[in-house]
Design a binder for this molecule. Structure first.
Ligand code: 4AD
Ligand code: MG
Length: 479
């Protein structure tokens, strides 16, 4: 008999039908006559209750039906006596497919800390919390492609190995096949990368944007969705060394169009989660409510689903950097010296404490900050008429801070070349990029959404290591 998924059984299983399910034992409770097995196959947060008579299988048989074991069950669906489910499975055949030694299996049916579960990240998708997170992660991938496909965007696979530093921030992982010991040197005594695999120094990409721009100058509306890598030594709950980024790029588009696209996109994704992942969201919400109970009342955040609806249904605030600095300079925490990085005035780079103040205290809504000073942003952002600020935009979210970074791009060749000189970006290596400004250039704009930061928001988790299957962070590359 073909096995069916538990999600389908619980949704539309007919009492009286004979079915086979296969999955992993979450818990087993036994009494003298009967054993109850909570079975989960990953298709839903909910378990199917399996009822197995001791008389049918013999007492010894159940010794191996422990938490974590893989089993197959055939039986008849009957109306459930217990609360919380409509049907349960009366087992007529029960097969142990893979045992899990209860003395050694690390995931026991009790509350484990998230820190502990990171150490057993190879097994944590078996927990209710992580299965919920990773089903939502999948739904969001699907929704992202849907959103762009429906709007006439083409997906582009930009390269993962590159020789350029898209952000000009120098936070790259080098890729080389040269020996670590006694690498060949050139006349100046530096490593001679002309002898390397690519004949020059290469690295993992920090962003697909620059190549994305080339395709936007041909297909008009494109997006990339790929892994990106940053060797910044930021050991925070918001930074990964390997993360996934979604980067749309649109020709004939300006900063306002870009903000509209970003806001529509985020709201669409949040609504999609509300429409398609409610069981998992309800579970994560109840888990958060428990966690919040340990905090003082004034530090508790909005209930997860309420928060998602609030963001999906309300306009984001749009504000220039210059106005934000005024608000921050005159804010209570700044005056009382509560910010770790005090705001002195125009020119200060914003830290996540400032971003969160604007979003969580001042406006109580997502905020799009625009027109930052050119000194603190990337070379490719379009210079404003004042010659001081650039057409940048950062979307700031509660609990997260920056979730999206983007801009209108500098399409004027002479201005772009001047900016590259000012910021020491090597022009010789980037003639291909400058060509788009030489041949049929046009105003264009785009942004990057950090996929794991989106997931932090949607799942309500507080550490980015918990929304990616296997986190890569400074001093940590397990699994
Ligand atoms: O602001 P960033 O650096 O922008 C770019 O890379 C542009 N090239 C995007 C574009 O315009 N096409 O990064 C974009 C987003 C951030 O807003 C943040 O959400 C996420 O990527 N991000 C990270 N997420 C996890 N770990 C890190 N170390 C991240 N660095 C950036
Ligand atoms: Mg940024």
């Amino acid at each position: 008999m073909k096995n069916v998924r538990i999600v389908d059984v619980l949704k539309s299983g007919q009492v009286g039908t004979e079915i086979t399910v296969k999955g992993w034992v979450r818990t087993r409770r036994g009494s003298k006559n009967v054993n109850f097995i909570a079975l989960n196959d990953g298709s839903t947060i909910n378990n199917l209750q399996v009822v197995a008579e001791v008389e049918v299988f013999g007492e010894d048989f159940f010794k191996n039906i422990n938490t974590g074991a893989a089993v197959g069950v055939t039986g008849k669906l009957v109306e459930s006596g217990g609360s919380g489910q409509s049907v349960e499975l009366q087992a007529s055949a029960l097969e142990l497919i893979g045992a899990a030694d209860p003395d050694k299996y690390p995931i026991q049916p009790k509350r484990h800390s998230l820190e502990f579960l990171r150490e057993v990240a190879h097994l944590r998708p078996r927990t209710a919390t992580f299965s919920a997170i990773f089903r939502i992660r999948h739904a969001m991938v699907f929704a992202i492609h849907n959103f762009f496909n429906d709007r006439g965007f083409y997906n582009v696979h930009t390269p993962i190995i590159t020789s350029s530093d898209a952000e000009g921030a120098g936070e790259m992982f080098r890729i080389t096949t040269l020996p670590a010991k006694d690498a060949p040197l050139n006349e100046e005594g530096n490593v001679d990368f002309t002898q390397d695999f690519f004949g020059k120094s290469a690295n993992l990409t920090v962003s697909g944007q620059l190549e994305g721009e080339l395709f936007a100058m041909a297909l008009a509306k494109i997006y990339t969705f790929g892994p990106t890598f940053r060797a910044e030594n930021s050991n925070t709950s918001r930074h990964l060394a390997e993360f996934w980024m979604i980067e749309p790029e649109v020709a004939f588009s300006d900063l306002n169009d870009n903000m509209d696209l970003a806001e529509d996109f985020l709201k669409y994704l949040i609504r999609y989660a509300l429409d398609h992942c409610m069981d998992d969201l309800l579970f994560l919400s109840s888990r958060l409510v428990e966690e919040e109970k340990t905090k003082p009342a004034d530090q508790r955040s909005m209930e997860l689903i309420e928060k998602l609806k609030f963001v999906a249904d309300n306009d984001f605030v749009r504000l220039t950097y210059t106005d934000a600095i005024e608000i921050l300079k005159n804010s209570k925490p700044n005056k009382k010296g509560k910010f770790q990085y005090p705001i002195t005035g125009y020119g200060t780079d914003l830290q996540s404490e400032h971003e969160r103040f604007l979003v969580e205290q001042e406006f109580k809504k997502p905020v799009i900050l625009t027109n930052y000073p050119k000194e603190i942003k990337s070379f490719y952002m379009r210079l404003d008429d004042n010659g001081e600020t650039v057409a940048a935009m950062d979307v700031l979210f509660p609990q997260i801070g920056e979730i999206i970074g983007g801009s209108q791009r500098e399409e004027r060749l002479d201005v772009l070349e001047r900016r590259m000189d000012e910021m020491n970006i090597p022009k010789d290596d980037m003639q291909w990029y400058l060509d788009t400004r030489r041949f049929g250039g046009c105003p264009h704009a785009g942004f990057g959404l950090g996929f794991e930061r989106l997931l932090l928001f949607v799942t309500g988790m507080s550490n980015i290591r918990d929304v990616i299957p296997f986190a890569r962070t400074p001093k940590n590359c397990e699994f």
